[in-house]
Write a protein that binds this ligand. Structure first.
Ligand code: ADP
Ligand code: ADP
Length: 228
């Protein structure tokens, strides 16, 4: 569950990127966050994983009340979140296997469990045969699939994706969407910021539209713009 109550975010340069955001996202929902560049989409998403702190208001992520969370608790919050970025952010000197396993080693999983989990998520994204490759040997779409595998290896209840198809051609983007929708069908909440109108209009889900730091639309099975 993700809940924002009267959340405001003003950056030090006085730009208000979030003005009175109040929304609730239930477990298992699929939500697109849309709006023009500079609208506040990334800020909204970054506040969910505590990359940015609100200026005021309350954010609740599962059992975590972010205004009360202590520094040492942030890693526990992030274990409940899988995060996917537009630019993949894979570690270039590690193999695919190591990139995915790394997230599990950090949380001290046993080696046999790590092996099993990495295999399972690489199977899910269709790249079990690339386990020994390095990121620069993979296409952009493949790298993003690995990044998704890494994000879900720890079985988070929530996956947050900021423009996950932003660097990909339409066919490849479709493959990424298939995976995100599959994860969602298994009960994971997916929150995805996107500029991709084709995807939003073809694969209908809840749409939260942000403009100039305001939530101007929150629509069940909405289109990329209001009347689509
Ligand atoms: P979007 O993801 O929709 O493009 P952002 O959330 O990145 O929008 O940005 C919203 C507004 O906040 C923009 O005007 C942007 O320039 C500003 N902004 C974002 N991050 C910072 C920052 N760290 N410091 C100052 N202003 C920022
Ligand atoms: P796309 O058409 O999706 O951009 P590419 O043309 O980049 O894909 O890659 C096609 C295939 O070739 C992929 O399976 C990828 O893993 C492989 N590949 C791409 N670059 C390299 C490389 N430098 N070394 C080994 N395999 C590569």
């Amino acid at each position: 569950m993700i809940e924002f109550k009267h959340v405001f975010k003003k950056y030090t340069n006085d730009i208000e990127a979030a003005s009175d955001f109040s929304i609730k996202i239930d477990q298992g929902e699929f939500v697109y966050v849309v709006g023009p560049s500079g609208a506040g989409k990334s800020t909204f998403i970054k506040m969910m994983y505590r990359e940015e702190k609100p200026t005021s208001g309350q954010i609740k992520i599962n059992e975590f009340e972010l205004d009360k969370i202590k520094g040492h608790e942030i890693p526990y919050l992030r274990r409940e979140l899988g995060i996917v970025f537009q630019d993949f952010k894979l570690l270039p000197k590690m193999t695919v296997f190591e990139n995915v396993a790394y997230a599990l080693q950090v949380i001290e999983k046993q080696p046999t469990e790590i092996q099993q989990r990495v295999k399972r998520v690489l199977d899910l994204v269709g790249l079990a045969d690339k386990a020994d490759a390095f990121p620069n040997q993979l296409s952009g779409g493949e790298q993003q699939r690995i990044a998704i595998a890494r994000a879900i290896a720890n079985q988070p209840g929530i996956v947050i994706a900021d423009e996950p198809t932003g660097n990909l051609d339409p066919d490849t983007a479709g493959g990424i969407m298939d995976i995100l929708e599959e994860i969602n069908q298994q009960g994971t909440t997916v929150v995805m910021a996107t500029h991709n109108s084709g995807i939003v209009n073809q694969r209908k889900h809840r749409v939260i539209e942000i403009e100039d730091g305001h939530i101007i639309r929150d629509q069940r099975k909405g289109g990329f713009s209001k009347n689509e």
